[in-house]
Write a protein of this length. Structure first.
Length: 502
C-alpha cells in the first residue's frame, strides 16, 4: 500500500496567466480571423490540439516563405541569367545567383583568402555570412551549365534561409510568453516573404531573434553569445547593446549587462579572429567597402544627391550619417532614462535599428527583415504593423521598377527618378510612423498593448518588473505606476508586483 503523500511533498501547480488573444483586443486581427471562422470564443478548448500557437506560426511562416519562392519563379527560369531588365520588371531580383559567379564560389575560391578577379578584390560580407555562403556552395553540384549551378545555389540557400525563417518564427512566438499569436505578425508579413531570399540577412535576423529569446529567459550569457554571432553575420545587431546598457543602468543590472557584453565580444572574436590573423586584407573588406561605398538606393541621401548640382562627398555623408545616428542614440537614451516607466527592451531595440536604417546612406530592400521581428515585439498592433508593411511593399516594387527604368534604355520601362523618390519617401514615412507610435507607447504606457494586458516587460528578462535605481526627470519624482485604459492601475517598479495590484 502506497503511503499518502504529505502536503510538503505534494507539488503545487501555480496556474499560469491566460494567453493574450489578439482577436479579442485587436479589431484588425478580429476582422482578419473571419477568414478562418472568426475570433476564438471564450468556451473554446485550447491546448488540446497538436497545432499549438508556435506550430501554427511556424507553418504559416514556411507557407509564406514558399510563396516568396514562387514569386521568384520568373527569375529562376531565366531572368537572372538572360537579360537584366526582366528580373526588375518581375520584381524577382536576388543577389544569391549573381554572387555565386561574381564572388568566386563557382570557381572554388576561398572567401577572404583568395583574391577575386574584377573590381571587388575580396568578399564584402562579414565572416559568418561568408561561411554561410561557402557552405551553400559546397552543397551545390559543380557540374552542368552556369544557369544550372546558379539555380542549384539559390535553391540550397533558400532551404537554409527557410530554416532561419522558422527559427525567427519560433523565437518571436516564445519571447512574449503570454502573447504567442503575435508571431503571426512576422509569419504573415508580406515584405518578409518578398525579401527573404534577396540576400543572406535572415541568418543575422535569426541569431538576433534567438538572442532576444534568451534575454527574455534571463540568460544573459546565451544572449551575448548569440548577439556576438549575429554581429559576425551583419553589423546591425551590435546596436542592441546600446539600449540594453541604458536599461540595465536604469535598473542597476550591471552584472547581467557585463555578462552579455562579455559573451558578445567572445563570440564575435571566436568567429573573426582566425580570419583577421591569416587574411586581414580580405577580412577588412567588409568594413572598408562600407566606408568607401557611395550614396546608394533607398536613402534620403540619394534624394538629396540626385537633386543637387553639388552633391556631398562620400566622406561628408559618412560623417553626417554617423552624427545623425549618434544623435538618435542619445535621444533614445534620454527617453529611456526619463520615461514614466522603464521602456521595454524590444521597444528600444526597434528604435535604435530603425534609427540606423533611416539615417544610413543605403537601404537595400531586404533590410526590412531586420525590423520585422523587432516591430512585432515592440508594437504588436495589426493596424500599425500593416500600415508599415504596405509602405515597405510599395518601396519593394518601387526600387525594381526604377532599376527597370534605368536599364531599359530608350524604352523607359518602369519608374522614373521622381517616382522612385516618392517610393523612398513612402518607406521613410512608414518607418517613422511606427517609430512615433512606439515612442508614444513609451511616454504613455497605458497605450502600450503589451502593458495594457498587465505585463511589464516580457522580453526584458532580468529587467521585467525590476525596481528602478537611476532615473531622470519626472520618473525620478515618484511616478511608479500608470493606469490601464480599461481597468485598475498596474503597479510597476517592484520585484513582487503583480498585475492589478495597487
Amino acid at each position: 500500500m502506497w503511503p499518502m503523500p504529505s502536503a510538503e511533498s505534494t507539488p503545487v501547480r501555480v496556474p499560469e496567466p491566460d494567453a493574450v488573444r489578439p482577436t479579442r483586443d485587436d479589431e484588425v486581427a478580429a476582422a482578419g480571423s473571419e477568414l478562418i471562422g472568426g475570433p476564438l470564443g471564450q468556451r473554446a478548448l485550447t491546448g488540446t490540439s497538436w497545432l499549438s500557437p508556435v506550430r501554427v506560426v511556424v507553418l504559416v511562416a514556411i507557407g509564406m516563405f514558399v510563396l516568396g519562392l514562387v514569386q521568384k519563379a520568373p527569375c529562376y527560369n531565366g531572368g537572372w541569367f538572360f537579360g537584366a531588365v526582366s528580373q526588375y520588371t518581375h520584381a524577382c531580383y536576388s543577389d544569391i545567383p549573381h554572387l555565386y559567379q561574381g564572388r568566386g564560389f563557382a570557381d572554388g575560391l576561398v572567401p577572404y583568402f583568395d583574391r577575386l578577379p574584377g573590381d571587388m578584390q575580396y568578399l564584402e560580407y562579414p565572416v559568418l555570412t561568408g561561411v554561410f555562403m561557402e557552405v551553400a556552395s559546397w552543397l551545390t553540384p559543380g557540374s552542368g551549365s552556369v544557369q544550372h549551378q546558379g539555380q542549384w545555389y539559390w535553391m540550397v540557400n533558400a532551404g537554409m534561409l527557410m530554416a532561419c525563417a522558422a527559427v525567427i518564427a519560433v523565437c518571436v512566438t516564445r519571447t512574449h510568453a503570454r502573447r504567442p499569436w503575435d508571431g503571426l505578425l512576422v509569419a504573415l508579413a508580406p515584405a518578409f516573404a518578398l525579401t527573404a531570399t534577396i540576400n543572406w540577412d535572415l541568418l543575422a535576423v535569426a541569431l538576433t531573434a534567438a538572442a532576444m529569446l534568451m534575454w527574455s529567459r534571463s540568460r544573459p550569457l546565451a544572449f551575448g553569445v548569440l548577439l556576438g554571432l549575429a554581429t559576425a553575420a551583419k553589423l546591425y545587431p551590435v546596436f542592441l547593446l546600446g539600449p540594453l546598457f541604458v536599461l540595465c543602468w536604469r535598473a542597476g543590472k550591471w552584472r547581467d549587462f557585463g555578462t552579455a557584453l562579455g559573451g558578445a565580444v567572445f563570440a564575435w572574436l571566436l568567429v573573426n579572429l582566425p580570419v583577421m590573423l591569416f587574411a586581414f586584407e580580405g577580412w577588412s573588406k567588409f568594413y572598408t567597402f562600407s566606408q568607401e561605398r557611395g550614396v546608394d538606393f533607398g536613402s534620403f541621401w540619394l534624394i538629396l544627391a540626385q537633386n543637387s548640382s553639388d552633391p556631398l562627398t562620400t566622406d561628408s555623408v559618412n560623417t553626417l550619417a554617423a552624427l545623425l545616428v549618434l544623435a538618435c542614440a542619445l535621444g533614445i537614451a534620454v527617453l529611456a532614462l526619463t520615461a514614466p516607466r522603464r521602456p521595454r527592451f524590444a521597444q528600444l531595440a526597434f528604435l535604435i535599428v530603425a534609427a540606423f536604417i533611416l539615417t544610413n546612406k543605403v537601404y537595400s530592400p531586404q533590410y526590412v527583415l531586420w525590423l520585422v521581428p523587432l516591430a512585432a515585439l515592440a508594437r504588436p498592433k495589426w493596424r500599425d504593423f500593416l500600415i508599415w508593411q504596405a509602405c515597405e511593399v510599395a518601396y519593394f516594387l518601387g526600387i525594381w521598377l526604377y532599376l527597370a527604368y534605368t536599364t531599359s534604355g530608350d524604352a523607359h520601362k518602369g519608374l522614373p527618378t521622381d517616382g522612385y523618390h516618392w517610393a523612398i519617401g513612402v518607406h521613410l514615412l512608414g518607418t517613422l510612423y511606427l517609430c512615433v507610435v512606439v515612442v508614444r507607447d513609451i511616454l504613455f504606457p497605458e497605450r502600450d498593448v503589451v502593458r495594457r494586458a498587465g505585463d511589464d516587460d516580457p522580453s526584458g528578462g532580468v529587467l521585467d518588473r525590476a525596481e528602478d535605481v537611476f532615473v531622470l526627470g519626472a520618473a525620478a519624482r515618484g511616478r511608479r505606476h500608470t493606469a490601464t485604459a480599461d481597468g485598475p492601475p498596474v503597479a510597476w517598479g517592484k520585484e513582487d508586483a503583480t498585475p492589478g495590484s495597487p
